[in-house]
Design a protein around this ligand. Structure first.
Ligand code: NI
Ligand code: MN
Length: 238
């Protein structure tokens, strides 16, 4: 499995299963595809061809280019029911709505929707559209468990998640202001007991400027490996 960072909270998770001699059945899962207008993005939305998009909440820096990518590729979109109906109204028909605490077995693996302490709405044409509850995702595929926290403050749910799951990689926001900052994301990492942390949701805008290397070093002091990915860098799990 490969985890590729595209800046902000956008990641590709690429599974690498093979079936038979030549036929690849690996899947490309794309989380929170905010590329257009993302100062950190090195690629455009047109360059991504996911099989599945997962959307954590309705804020523009997360739902991002979901509509255009989903319409072009016909990929499945996994999100909460309110974002699902928004997408359906926009002509995106291949959707799977689920809600917090629920899990579902897809062909590539299991996705469980986790809680996030945040909000979720989208401003469009001067109107605020309700986009349901924000979430994170626990993704189990190829024997790995990946946790994308979404936008969230520190929560006690993370202790439960850490007790109930052997998380291989936790993607955690560290930018502060809208989400956990470095010190709360330290506590989150310990609660989750993840084998490895990848920080996200920082430095995209001045208000979420953070020192990711300080975070990484602090985690190392607690014996928790942390991989800082620059946009388009990849973490390969073996
Ligand atoms: Ni948000
Ligand atoms: Mn955000």
């Amino acid at each position: 499995m490969k985890i590729q960072f595209h800046g902000h909270a956008c990641f590709s998770i690429i599974t690498e299963d093979y079936w038979g001699n030549f036929h690849e059945i690996g899947k490309h899962l794309l989380i929170d595809p905010f590329l257009t207008g993302n100062p950190m993005a090195q690629i455009s939305a047109d360059e991504l061809n996911p099989d599945v998009i997962l959307v954590t909440h309705g804020h523009h820096d997360h739902i991002g280019d979901t509509v255009s990518i989903a319409k072009r590729t016909g990929c499945l979109v996994i999100c909460n029911p309110e974002i699902e109906s928004y997408l359906n109204q926009k002509g995106v028909t291949n959707t799977h709505g689920m809600n917090i605490g629920g899990g579902y077995q897809f062909d590539f693996g299991i996705v469980k929707m986790t809680s996030a302490l945040h909000s979720s709405a989208l401003e469009e044409n001067g109107q605020m559209i309700y986009m349901g509850n924000p979430c994170g995702f626990l993704i189990k595929a190829e024997g790995y468990t990946i946790y994308h926290a979404g936008d969230t403050g520190l929560s006690h749910e993370m202790t439960l998640l850490g007790n109930a799951n052997r998380i291989d990689v936790a993607l955690l926001p560290i930018g502060g202001n809208y989400t956990m900052d470095v010190s709360d994301a330290m506590l989150a990492a310990r609660a989750l007991r993840a084998k490895q942390i990848v920080p996200m949701h920082y430095n995209t805008f001045p208000v979420i400027a953070q020192n990711e290397n300080f975070y990484s070093n602090q985690l190392l002091n607690f014996g928790i490996p942390c991989t800082v990915l620059k946009p388009e860098e990849t973490l390969e799990l073996a």
